[in-house]
Ligand binder design. Sequence first.
Ligand code: NAD
Length: 366
Amino acid sequence: MTTKIKFAVLPGDGIGPEVMKVAIDVLGVAAKKFDFAMEYAWADVGGAGIDNHGKALPDSTVELCKQSDAILFGSVGGPKWEKLPPNEQPERGALLPLRKKFSLFANVRPGLLYAEIADASPLRRERIPNGIDIVCIRELTGGIYFGEKATRILDDGQTESHDTMVYKTSEIERIAQVAIDTARARSKKVTSVDKANVLETSVLWRKTVTAYFAKHAPDIALNHLYVDNAAMQLVRDPNQFDVLFTENMFGDILSDEMSVVCGSLGMMASASLGLGINSHGKRFGLYEPAGGSAPDIAGKGIANPCAQILSSALMLRHSFGLTGAAAAIEKAVKDAVASGTRTGDIAFGGKSVGTAEMAAAIAERL
Ligand code: NAD
């Protein structure tokens, strides 16, 4: 029987709608080849939500997401909305509430750089002769970004602020399971990153991760690294890692460092997995490029659509269990780029193609 997949399409702002349109085209080709049917609807989010509905995350958009099994997200923001109060701006007004509403606790970000475009990395080619292929798993709904915070005026007139980093065992265990699942589909190696020599939450993190892996994943090789060392190792030799696994703030910083090491933002996909299980028995998730709305190139038809297309492959894999179709899309992207079809961000001054042509080359290989 043909599998039917239902997802919400939230293109957002800037290059979001441009890359989303062609990503849906590529998904359509995959649907024909792998015999699945797609049901999806588009909705405004971010600046488009503010302009058309008065807020970054319109109620109608939330409703559509609730009725879907996954969200394919573009990117939000741009200069037009930067003067709004911070909580009403596209990113804070849309992405953070979406993460909260759908309990998106696990961020999975592949750090992938094909050998053929290794020059996109700031690292010297001899350090990464075969490119880079790692994954960063970041806890997304706990830690210092969500703990109690306050600012007060002291008796001596100074201002004092604090943020609190809080984790409990169950939060650590559920993200540990995502790291285990990811590692089992790769080379069964996880590096857990913390600051257990200084932070109490990191002591709990290390203790909980060690016990959880011993009980549930004796087949996975686990090692631990302090975050300052991990940041250094990531630029020294990124491929020493396979699955890099850490808490919210460390993951925020390390996953961005990883994206830079891997070259263009136009190639970086990500998945944010929720606690909820969808009608396919898989995790509800939000899938989006790691980059932003790229206002500097928006409307020119030159944005790299690969990150959006690779995000849709992650959606097929994680929320719909369509692993064959996901792998085929990923291979088509790699083949197209390797054959020399490249947008400006990965062309290094050579011949470049536009968004539509890049996507067409991927669809053709698929
Ligand atoms: P950005 O990621 O949008 O752009 C940084 C640089 O990378 C730019 O030079 C851009 O042209 C390039 N780039 C990004 N994606 C590309 C692609 N697909 N193809 C080719 N080049 C690409 O970051 P920024 O300029 O700091 O932010 C722009 C806006 O995006 C801001 O409003 C910011 O708040 C927002 N933003 C949104 C998200 C999100 O929606 N998740 C993430 C980051 C930034």
